[in-house]
Write a protein that binds this ligand. Structure first.
Ligand code: WTA
Length: 570
């Protein structure tokens, strides 16, 4: 079979000879770029902002921000002063100290970035939350991490069940009319000092705590440490290919790991101008942002590309997108059709990148200097060893499908699962393979091809959602006896969430009940977690030990054979 390929586009790239670099690369060579090589200590927020503020970059724009109401820009020097102010507020008014968990629960605005950076300057561990989260989702995460401080807006304040969170000491509110005991961030900003003593930390001190879903249990807190920054930086060089004059735009929210690692650290460790567009996805506003800012490097996700593709090419012709030179995608499989469309309308290949919250940075990618094979995620980042292994951890030859695994020891690897060593250890096979939960195969040239999740994790519009969290919410509804949740293939969103429900005695299948259950999950967890499709069944398939068999539900849905049913109850 002849494989479709897209050749390298002419250009000068940071990574020019992949094979050569892959063979000889050692992460130690990157360590020297950061302060620990001199002082033994480090702080990622210093490296991302303050360091540049004391160089030729001081008056360079670090942040271009816009939403429907605001349009602002900040230099590295201004970012340093403003994040220092935010740090001083957290330190003086909220007593934030090294190691404390500080959560941010607010929309993307410049203040969100000042606060994240300010908290990190104090050595705090930042836990970002999507603003879409409702009370139940917020509570689980703050409770598990014993967060001390949360920063939010007046609109979201009601979703923080403060009485049920004994460790939570202070709420900082960014907005108007803030009343005590909460801290009024905007008023405090007016007089806070722009000078702050950075708290220098060890390489293995905590930086970020991202909660993410698996197929069982409540969300887990994935801890990343300051040392990971060497991979944030180096992949921003090789994969994002950032250079001094680039204008870079990552469309992800910091509630998602892409929005922190490549919305904050990748670009700013590289000293690059970073565009942040607040608000929701909007075709015209997105194209206009590329045109107005002259975006050169653009990082987004398949769902967004599919929505843009669906909106038609006439729309594109209204904008000048010729500034784009490098386009990337992450989060779900990137359809070859989307890559072909990108070639046509942006005159750019779309470069797929594969990684996870747990891997902490890019691990398998398409680089500007390599040909693209549409449908493949690309090849391992230099310094990262990937393989396909069987269920015992033995490496498999090319074209055999198996578990996508990464050899332990890459710098941005998760450092811990918060308070759950057993869970952390369970990710590793034979001690040294991190097993991703994705299945894939490798071709004979070392390109990796994604096949699906091994577990029941759902990827909907790029969000990773655990079925268990939704099922648990569903059974809290008085009408629901049992619930099983699966991802159902969808042309735009990749997958949508579908719930199978067995009703309690006395309830019957009505459209109103379906709506009510949908709203119940939406208002209890988050809109993206609510099942867009609900099907009532008299009984759900279960194992003898009472576990809902999601794979059988999936087979029902897709009209496929259900496989081995020996463990199913009668
Ligand atoms: C999926 C996102 C196919 C995969 C940074 C992975 C992908 C999960 C790709 C992690 C890709 C991510 N092609 N699937 N390029 N990138 N995934 O933790 O199933 O939100 O395990 O991190 O998304 O999702 P997470």
């Amino acid at each position: 079979m002849k494989m479709e390929t897209m050749p390298v586009t002419k250009g000068i790239y940071n990574l020019t000879d992949y094979d050569e670099v892959y063979k000889n690369f050692n992460w130690k060579s990157i360590e020297d770029k950061f302060s620990w090589s001199e002082t033994g200590k480090i702080n990622a927020a210093y490296e991302a902002i303050d360091k540049h503020a004391d160089t030729f970059r001081k008056n360079k724009i670090a942040l271009y921000y816009r939403d429907q109401e605001r349009e602002e820009k900040y230099t590295f020097k201004e970012m340093k002063g403003l994040s220092n102010k935010a740090g001083n507020i957290l330190k003086n008014a909220a007593n934030v100290e090294k190691g404390d968990r500080v959560f941010v629960f607010m929309p993307r605005t410049p203040e969100l970035y000042f606060i994240i950076l300010g908290a990190i300057k104090l050595g705090a561990i930042v836990g970002p939350l999507f603003e879409a989260f409702m009370e139940g989702a917020v509570k689980d995460r703050l409770h598990d991490s014993e967060a001390k401080v949360i920063v939010t807006t007046p609109e979201l304040l009601d979703r923080i069940p403060i009485n049920q969170l004994p460790a939570l000491k202070k709420i900082v509110v960014v907005g108007e009319n803030v009343s005590a005991p909460h801290i009024d961030f905007l008023t405090e900003m007016k007089c806070a000092s722009t000078k702050l003593d950075i708290v220098w930390v060890e390489k293995t001190d905590g930086l970020l705590l991202h909660y993410t879903s698996g197929s069982t249990g409540t969300p887990k807190g994935v801890l990343h440490v300051h040392y990971a920054m060497i991979q944030h930086y180096q992949t921003a060089q090789w994969v994002l290919d950032l250079k001094e004059d680039d204008v870079y735009w990552c469309t992800a929210d910091p509630g998602w790991v892409t929005g922190t690692i490549y919305g904050i650290f990748g670009p700013w460790l590289s000293g690059t101008a970073n565009v942040i567009v607040g608000g929701r996805f909007n075709h015209e506003a997105w194209y206009k942002a590329i045109e107005d800012y002259g975006v050169t490097v653009w990082y987004s996700a398949p769902t967004a590309f599919r929505m843009l593709m669906g909106a038609g090419d006439e729309l594109i012709n209204k904008y000048d997108l010729s500034s784009l030179r490098h386009v990337l995608s992450v989060g779900e499989p990137l359809n070859p059709e989307v890559i072909r469309w990108g070639m046509k309308v942006f005159q750019n290949r779309i470069h797929d990148t594969w990684w996870m919250t747990e891997t902490g940075a890019h691990t398998i990618c398409n680089y500007p200097c390599l040909e693209i094979r549409p449908g493949s995620m690309g090849k391992p980042v230099p310094g990262v060893e990937a393989a396909i292994v069987d269920d015992k951890g033995n490496e498999l030859p090319p074209y055999r499908m198996g578990n996508l695994a990464i050899k332990k020891g890459w710098p941005s690897m998760m450092y811990a699962i918060w308070n759950n060593k057993e869970k952390y250890d369970s990710y590793f096979m034979q001690g040294n393979w991190y097993v991703s939960g994705d299945s894939a195969y490798m071709d004979e040239d070392g390109y990796f091809w994604f096949q699906g999740r091994v577990d029941d994790v759902i990827l909907t519009a790029g969000e990773r959602v655990g079925p268990f969290e939704i099922e648990s919410k569903l059974v809290e509804h008085p009408a629901v006896a049992e619930a099983g949740v699966i991802g159902k293939p969808d042309p735009i969103r990749g997958e949508i969430i579908k719930a199978f429900i067995a009703l309690r005695e006395g309830y019957s299948d009505t459209e109103e009940l379906r709506e009510e259950i949908y709203t119940f999950v939406k208002s209890g967890l988050a809109a993206h977690a609510a099942p867009r499709e609900i099907e009532f069944r008299d009984k759900l398939p279960k194992t003898r030990s009472g576990k809902i068999m999601r794979r059988v539900l999936k087979a029902w849905e897709l009209n496929l054979p259900a496989g081995d049913l020996s463990t199913m109850e009668d």
